[in-house]
Ligand binder design. Structure first.
Ligand code: E4P
Length: 219
């Protein structure tokens, strides 16, 4: 399973990259605003900077909602760097834009997917990636991971190349479940990435090893 990092914060991406845990990056307007991008120029600059660092797919989301506006905006985003993947929302207008862009060879990540058939429609429109938001489904008392399993089955049934990005991950168990389901990619917030590394028994074990070694040095 590929690990994408779900943030637009350069320092977080750089730290995860140093750990060898960045096969790609996903951003969205909320994450970009949290990372301090306050205008289009700042947003585009940040996307280019991230692409230069990771040299792996970086999803950048369109800010228009009508296909005739999304398409030129997406072309502009794709022209920023060869690693840019354009993120398009799962709407009627988004599907129209996805079809046009994928025909032009621009990679599209269809986002805000909350049921498996939405993912099927996105794949039929030529999406390179689909992003089911599992945490937001869990939040409203649905089992988000079910649609990941359904999407994987559907894509396997019909031989789609579209990759499933498990998105809206809230905790380490989501990452485990994504891997057990055979998801192509999990996009993980920095905080959860760090939680994956740590275990209290690792810390206790290391402390004891160091203490035992120090005792021998003193004797
Ligand atoms: C990634 O593509 C999504 O934008 C992100 O995972 C959404 O996560 P959230 O539900 O925690 O905002």
């Amino acid at each position: 399973m590929k690990f994408f990092i779900d943030t637009a914060d350069f320092d977080e991406i750089q730290e995860a990259y140093r750990l060898g845990l960045v096969d790609g990056v996903t951003t969205n307007p909320t994450l970009c605003s949290k990372a301090g991008c306050h205008d289009i120029a700042g947003f585009q600059e940040q996307i280019k900077r991230i692409c230069d660092l990771v040299q792996a797919p970086v999803s950048a989301e369109v800010l228009n909602t009508q296909s005739e506006d999304m398409v030129p905006e997406a072309r502009k985003l794709a022209s920023l760097h060869e690693q840019v993947v354009v993120k398009i929302p799962m709407t009627v207008e988004g599907l129209k834009a996805t079809r046009i862009l994928s025909n032009e060879g621009i990679r599209v990540n269809v986002t805000l997917i909350f049921q498996a058939v939405q993912g099927l429609l996105a794949a039929k429109a030529g999406a390179a990636y689909v992003s089911p938001f599992i945490g937001r489904l869990d939040d409203i008392n649905h089992t988000g991971m079910e649609i990941v399993e359904q999407l994987l089955t559907i894509f396997d049934n019909y031989g789609f190349d579209t990759e499933v990005i498990v998105a809206s991950i809230r905790h380490p168990l989501h990452v485990l479940q994504a891997a057990l389901a055979g998801a192509d990619i999990a996009t993980i917030p920095y905080k959860v990435l760090m939680q994956l590394i740590r275990h209290p028994l690792t810390d206790i074990g290391l402390e004891k090893f160091m203490a035992d070694w120090q005792r021998v040095q003193r004797s």
